[in-house]
Design a protein around this ligand. Structure first.
Ligand code: HEM
Length: 180
């Protein structure tokens, strides 16, 4: 994945646990990279190794690490120059949930080799949505839970997000998104 993602992981860890912990994590992960460039494309294994080492060193499950990272992502990207794209994505939660693919399409101008996930959103009621998530990558569903929680936070709404099904073979994960 693009360095932007790995850099965000680094920023999150340094902010919450300090640079010494980050150095320990990098050493443990054996990724052989010291510092990421946002616009460089890195092997996905680097991201997965970082998540595994963070989990080991901080005593969190990999799912917790991914969910926490997902929740951080919207505020992180907003602070790194993408607030205008986030604004274009939606003035309210409903609009935003229907436009995530469009958001990534806009990003591909900057990151041409990215392989973004695909989302299909269904409106169940005014406060209840279901989202299908498709990705070429595996194991990132917990990150999606955090991302959706982060969208709730962006719009100052209490939301409950849960995964309602996994069909591993089709690469489709389904989520329920409720605005409380
Ligand atoms: C302005 C905000 C955003 C930017 C700049 C951005 C950019 C990116 C980039 C560069 C990647 C790495 C893909 C690659 O290198 O192949 C990525 C991955 C991802 N993005 Fe976004 N994104 C944004 C917002 C969102 C939002 C709001 C969601 C909400 C669901 C989302 C969901 C994901 C997921 C789940 C991945 C992991 C890759 C995968 O599932 O295969 N992103 N994004």
């Amino acid at each position: 994945m693009y360095g932007l993602v790995n850099k965000a992981i680094e920023d999150l860890i340094c902010k919450e646990f300090g640079e010494d912990k980050w150095d320990e994590i990098v050493e443990d992960s054996d990724i052989g990279v010291d510092g990421f460039i946002s616009m460089d494309n890195y092997d996905d294994d680097i991201t997965y190794s970082l998540v595994a080492s963070i989990s080991k060193i901080l005593g969190l499950s990999p799912e917790q690490v991914l969910q926490t990272f997902g929740k951080f992502w919207t505020t992180y990207t907003a602070s790194k120059g993408y607030e205008s794209i986030l604004l274009m994505t939606g003035d309210n939660i409903e609009e935003f949930l229907f436009n995530i693919d469009e958001l990534h399409s806009r990003i591909t101008v900057t990151y041409p080799e990215m392989t973004p996930p695909k989302f299909t959103t269904h409106k169940i009621t005014d406060n209840h949505f279901e989202l299908e998530y498709r990705s070429d990558r595996s194991g990132l569903a917990p990150m999606v839970i955090g991302l959706l929680e982060g969208i709730g936070e962006r719009f100052n709404k209490e939301v409950s997000v849960s995964q309602i099904s996994t069909i591993e073979s089709d690469g489709v994960d389904k989520f329920s998104f409720i605005i409380n």
